[in-house]
Structure formats: C-alpha cells, structure tokens
Design a binder for this molecule. Structure first.
Ligand code: PEP
Ligand code: MG
Length: 604
C-alpha cells in the first residue's frame, strides 16, 4: 500500500500478499480477480500481471506469460488440462524438454546463486549443480567422500582409473575435453554434474593446485560448478536435491501417448540400466562393453587383453573377461525386463585404456608374469598418432577374432540363462559391431558371431533368436549403407564418431578452437552436442534410405550423445528412425522431445 512498483523492484518495500488486498480494498480486489481470470482464459496460460491502484481505481499495466521453474511448469500444465483450458498435446508442448534437468539433478539455491561471482566457464557437459572441496585425484575424491566431505574432482582430463572417484564426487571439472570425451560421457551416464574443457585453468596437478582468474586454488578450497551452464564459482553455493512430483508422471504419461519414437538408453552396467528403466527407458540402445571394465579391480583384465602379444596371452586375458561380461549382461537383461538390449562389441580407443602410470604398469607386468621393461616396450609399440582413428572397433575383431568369439559367448550364454529364468520374456539380443566402414569387414565378424551363437543355442536345446547389426559412424558406412544392410539387421547411428569424421576434427580436441568459430558465427552450436543436420544429418538420412532400400524392415536408431538432444530428436522423428538412445538421466527429456516432435510434425 502507498508504494510504487519501482519500490518493490528496488527492494525498498516488501510487498504484502495479494489476498490482503481483499481486506483493504474488497472492490478493487474483486475486479482484479475477475480481470486475472479473463486474461488467463484468453491467453490460456499463467500470467505475470502488473497493476496499480490509484484513488481506489484499478489500472492494469501489463500482462505476459509468466516465467516459471520446471516444477511450476508441470503443475501449471496439469492444472490447465484439468480446468479444460488446454489439451494434453498442448500441455506436452508447453514444457521445454531440457528444463526437466532441473527436476532430475541438484540445483543451486537461486538467491545464493545470484550473489555468487562467476570466475570461469567451461562446457556444460553434464547438468546439475555441485558444490564441494577441491580434490585433484580420484583416490582423494574417494577418501575424502568416505570421510563425509563433499568434493569436486578437478582434473586435466579423466581416464578410466578415475571412475570410482567420479562416483564419489559431487561434480567433475576438467581442463581438457569436449562434449563427447570420456569425462562428459561417463558423467552424463552417472547423472553427475560435469563442466569440461575449461581451458582458462592453469593446472598444476603434481602440486595439487591450479590458477583461475588470477587466484590460486589449493586442495580443500571450496568451489561450485554448474553443469547446466558451464559456470564455475570460486566459493561454496548451497544446493538443493532433485525432487520429482506427481505432475511429472502425468505429463510423461501424455508424452508417451503421443510419441512415435521409442526411447532407449545408453547404459553399461546393470545399475545404470535399472536407473534408466525407472526413467522409462524401453531398452538399451548402446551398451559400451569396454566401460564394464572401468572398475579398479577389473581394469587390469582389459589392459591385459590389450597388451597381449600372443593368441595364448590374449585367450588367458579373455577368459578372465568372459565371466564378468556374462554376469553383467545377465544383470542388464534382468534390469530391462524383456525390452530389447543392444550390446556393442569392444571399442576401446587405446589411449583411454593403455596404462600410463608407473605403478599400474608394474602391477600389470606382475599379473602377466612379464618383465616391466618388456611391457613398457609393448606399450610403446601400441602408441598411435591418432587413436580415435586407430586400432579400435571391429578392427580389433578382424585382427583378433578371439575377441568377437568371447563376446558372442558371453552375450548368448547370458541371454539363454535369463530366458530360462524368465520364460515370460522373449529376449532377442542385438549384437552390434562398431566402426564398420566396409560390408566385407562386417561380414567377416558376423560369420564368427553366427557360428558361435548358433552352436550355443543348438546345444542349449532352447529357442533364442538374435540380431546382428552395426553402427553407422564412419562416413564410408553411410555412403555404402545399401551394401552394409545386406549384412546388418539393424543400424545404430554413432553420431559422435560420425560427427568427428565428417567434420574431420577430433571429438576430444575440437573444444580448443570451436569457440573461435562460434564468436565468428561460422558455427552456431557445438556439433558434438546438437546434430549438424545439414551435413552429418544428410549422411544419416542417406544411410537410412539406402539401408531400407536393401532391407525394408531394417531397424534404425541413434546412440551418439545427440540422441538426448531435443532438436536432434525432432530430426530423427522426421527421418523415420525407430528409436533414440541416450544416457539414463536424459530419458525423460527424450520422451518429451519425441512427443513434441510427433505433435509438431503430424503424418511423419
Ligand atoms: C558414437 O560414436 O556415436 C558412439 C555412440 O560410440 P562411442 O561414443 O563409444 O565412440
Ligand atoms: Mg563410436
């Protein structure tokens, strides 16, 4: 009362609640409520209205659709449907898919965030807010967290050894890396906040300190990072945990009713698969089998396989891997409750897996009963100038068919075991061969798979069908998709590699120069986060069409990180893919985006 709007905005006066107006000026209040209802009816949305009262006369100054938090957006959409004001389809289209992140991940306290100062910026690699004390190694992250401390792990870059520490950390901040490099992909899979590629940081890992914006940060200093914006704050900002209310389920139910695309998940462990199922995933679109060995007590086994110099050595290593894989596959089939599961053969870029630390090399040499110097020579021999285009994917199976044989056994034996336990499900394992660029190469690996799978199934006396397909992630595979489809029963577009190889820049290093491209308006967005529909998308569409010419019932999906991006999902809907696959925490976003794509593009 007796104040101007500006007084409120400036914080000079604290407004009373609106219902108090009913007591002081009942007539103006009644008129105000009537106008509010009329405006809300007219705009069919929650309004943010400005008014003033002078000499008891009410003046409306402005109205507009009100800003809202994600939780409020869901409540408003549901209320509007219940009041008969909007349809379910309109409600589905009212929600920004990416805003769901705020419901699924911790967020900063908004008032504290406003007062905080941004000291640096990196890539918004995995959403959510994290606040904790700085640690520089994964071991410290684990130790400190086990003592009850909240920590943020700050690294130059992450490697498979860091996985345990990443689990314990509130958030991960890296100096190097892009949207599809190790830290980003793994953090998204775990639902942990991550800011990657902050090149402004001058890192001194050896002395456990770094410099950013003129300040030196030491172990134990507080830091806060926002994985949804990429902002870094050199102070503690309180966070609030994620919370999902009842409206979320209702809106997701409507989304499921209208979408045409299926939504699967990229999950590598039974735990992630179960999480994704809770978020509504309808199967696994990508299980990166090399990720099953990130665990500290497992990584040695896969390293042993990689550095094996002879078939015998490799067979010994593979014999250690097989039971681990089989039991994980069983866990994943169980978690997916009969929904389709695509398991990809090993695709470890060597630079991510070959040991570099002296103590790891010593331990591995001991395990393999090898001399450490001899092992170092093997490792030096494995060095590749460009590991992303090196000896990975199906090239490993071509050189070492025993790897494909072991993985086929693990996949089929696990499927037979779970099928036996759950006769009510009809399991159809999908075996996916990665990094194929030539139909004959796929044919070669497929022959190994089919021989072993058929033998195992025949021996079991059970009935089990399986599919063999491939990833389309090399431009040559897209260009020759009609040939590839003669061998492949399904295609899954690996748009991380397809983007890398179509643009000709590395998914790990492009962050260093891409910012110059955004500044100069050459590129408008990160092609590793949102699909470049003009170029890479053309290859996807071409491959989809060519593949279906050869095999009309070819199943098509996408499993690159783009599979969780709303604009890419709309593209996938238009191109006629069967499903998108994304990390577990993006599944709700993908379900909503797929529904919006179907509603906006009827008849497609
Ligand atoms: C891809 O390349 O898009 C893909 C899903 O495989 P990865 O990221 O494991 O190379
Ligand atoms: Mg790939």
């Amino acid at each position: 009362m007796n104040a101007q709007g500006e007084d409120v905005v400036a914080g000079v006066r604290t407004p009373q609640t609106i219902d108090q107006l009913a007591e002081v000026m009942p007539e103006a209040y009644a008129q105000f409520v009537e106008i509010c209802n009329k405006l809300e009816q007219h705009y069919r949305d929650m309004q943010d209205m400005e008014f003033t009262i002078e000499d008891k006369k009410l003046y409306m100054l402005q109205t507009r659709n009100g800003k809202r938090t994600a939780a409020a957006a869901l409540k408003i959409a549901c209320d509007l449907v219940d009041e008969g004001m909007i349809s379910e389809e309109e409600a589905v289209c009212m929600i920004e898919p990416k805003s769901l992140d705020a419901l699924l991940h911790p967020q900063f306290d908004p008032t504290a965030l406003k007062a905080a100062k941004v000291v640096g910026h990196g890539l918004a690699a995995s959403p959510g807010a994290a606040c904790g004390k700085i640690v520089f190694t994964a071991e410290d992250a684990t130790d400190w967290a086990q003592r009850g401390e909240k920590v943020v792990l700050v690294r130059l870059e992450t490697s498979p050894e860091d996985i345990e520490g990443m689990h314990y950390a509130q958030g991960i901040l890296t100096v190097r890396g892009g949207m599809t490099s190790h830290a980003a992909v793994v953090a998204r899979g775990m639902g942990t906040c991550c800011v990657s590629g902050c090149g402004e940081i001058k890192m001194d890992e050896a002395n456990k300190k770094f410099e950013l914006a003129g300040r030196t940060y030491q172990e134990g200093d507080w830091i806060s990072i926002d994985g949804s914006t990429g902002n870094i704050y050199g102070e503690a900002i309180p966070t609030a945990d994620a919370s999902i209310g009842g409206e979320f389920g209702r809106l997701m139910g409507w989304a499921d009713k209208y979408r045409k695309l299926n939504v699967r998940t990229n999950a590598d462990t039974p735990k992630d698969a179960a999480q994704a199922r809770k978020f509504g995933a309808e199967g696994i679109g990508l299980c990166r089998t090399e990720h099953m060995f990130f665990d500290p007590d497992r990584i040695a086994a896969i390293r042993e396989m990689i550095v094996s110099g002879t078939v015998e050595q490799r067979e010994t290593a593979l014999a250690k891997l097989e039971p681990m894989q089989q039991s994980d596959f069983e866990g994943i089939y169980e978690a997916m409750e009969g929904y389709p599961v695509t398991i990809r053969f090993l695709d470890p870029p060597l630079h991510e897996f070959v040991p570099t630390e002296e103590e790891d090399i010593q331990a591995l040499a001991k395990e393999m009963k090898m001399d450490a110097e001899e092992l170092k020579a093997v490792i030096a021999d494995l060095h590749e100038f460009n590991p992303m285009m090196g000896h990975r994917g199906c090239r490993l199976d071509v050189t070492y068919p025993e790897i494909a044989a072991m993985q086929t056994r693990a996949i089929i034996k696990a499927a037979l075991a779970v099928q036996g336990r759950h006769p009510e499900w009809e399991l159809v394992p999908e075996i996916m061969i990665p990094l194929v660029g030539e139909a004959k190469e796929l044919h070669f690996v497929k022959e190994i798979v089919v021989k072993i799978a058929d033998e195992l199934i025949a021996k079991s006396g059970m009935k089990l069908t399986y599919k063999v397909g491939t990833m389309i992630e090399i431009p040559r595979a897209a260009l020759t998709a009609d040939e590839i489809a003669k061998e492949a029963e399904f295609f899954s577009f690996g748009t991380n590699d397809l983007t890398q190889m179509t643009f000709g820049f590395s998914r790990d290093d492009a962050g260093k120069f891409l910012s110059a491209y955004y500044e100069k308006k050459i590129y408008e967005f990160d092609p590793f986060a949102r699909l470049d529909q003009v170029g890479v998308g053309r290859l996807v569409k071409m491959a989809a069409d060519l593949g279906r010419q050869t095999r009309p019932d070819l199943k098509l999906g996408i499993c690159g990180e783009h599979g969780g991006d709303p604009s890419t999902i709309e593209f996938c809907h238009k191109v006629g893919l069967n499903y998108v696959s994304c990390s577990p925490f993006r599944v709700p976003i993908a379900r909503l985006a797929a529904a919006q794509a179907a509603i906006k593009n009827p008849g497609k």
